[in-house]
Ligand binder design. Structure first.
Ligand code: ATP
Length: 260
């Protein structure tokens, strides 16, 4: 278990205003990956994002991370415009880019090393590697890891910096069901302890309801926000509560999935 920390990071308030993002596809046709997105995220809020493939979920996270810029509109954290990546916005994306020449331990330690604070945080590196279940692999290189393991390295690498905002793009997608549920609880635990703002993309309706204070449902062509549902169930939640099922039905309706 990761050593308990008293709100090492102050959560960030994120503002997404009139944001659009266009891409050119292979035939030079414009793709409206995101169209006029407006979202105010409170400091310390846990937002889950769900929607069909191609509705712009990853694009939205990349814009918040600062790895990419919007075509229109503005993204801010605590009132400051997001113009590039910063370690206070940690992310773990679907296809994590790990340094191939570094082992797991040194990949996780990258941010601390870059800021010259590794010496006093070595134990944190070990703790987060343990948290994501990779202690036995801490000396392994990225080429020796499965996709799911690489995702977990990326998660540990983001967490070790105690970010103000944590951006997770289907971080648990490659895990088996039991490990996934345990990791959901660990993520809730970390969120509770560190009080960061969390944006979490998932394809799993149960996961979206179990974790999110609000669930943002997106639609495709163009990618936009279809509906935002506040999940009014105190945490920790029970996956088999009636009220949980009611939210699930609401979301299935919204996503156009018929129940028999
Ligand atoms: N770098 C890029 N160049 C061109 N098109 C892109 C680029 N990145 C994303 N797109 C397009 O933008 C749209 C949104 O993509 P994005 O990956 O954000 O969707 P998503 O909701 O995360 O999908 P998935 O659930 O399948 O991961 C898609 O049509 C995609 O093809």
């Amino acid at each position: 278990m990761v050593e308990e920390k008293k709100a090492a990071s102050l959560a960030g308030k994120i503002s997404i205003r009139n944001v659009s993002k266009n891409f050119m596809d292979a035939k030079s046709t414009e793709v409206k990956a995101l169209h006029n997105i407006n979202l105010e995220i409170k400091a310390g809020e846990f937002i889950t994002i769900i929607g069909p493939s191609g509705c712009g979920k990853s694009t939205l996270l990349r814009l918040v991370s600062g790895l990419d810029n919007p075509s229109n509109g503005e993204l801010c954290i605590d009132g400051e415009s997001i113009t590039g990546p910063h370690f206070t916005r940690g992310f773990a994306f679907q296809n994590p880019t790990l340094f191939p020449w570094k082992d797991v331990w040194h990949n996780v330690a990258t941010g601390l090393e870059a800021r010259g604070t590794l010496k006093e945080h070595k134990a944190d590196v070990d703790a987060y590697i343990e948290l994501v279940g990779l202690t036995k692999f801490k000396n392994a290189f990225p080429r020796q890891l499965s996709g799911g393991m690489a995702q977990r390295v990326a998660l540990a690498r983001a967490l070790v910096n105690h970010p103000k905002a944590l951006l997770l793009d289907e971080p648990l997608g490659a895990l088996d069901a039991l490990t996934r549920m345990n990791m959901q609880d660990e993520i809730l635990h970390i969120w509770n302890e560190q009080k960061m703002t969390l944006l979490f993309v998932t394809h799993d309706i149960d996961e979206a309801i179990y974790l999110g204070d609000r669930v943002v449902i997106m639609s495709v062509n163009p990618g936009q926000i279809q509906r935002i549902i506040e999940i009014d169930i105190p945490k920790p939640r029970r996956r088999n509560d009636d009220v949980f099922f009611q939210y699930k039905k609401l979301m299935l309706d919204e996503l156009g999935v018929a129940l028999d």
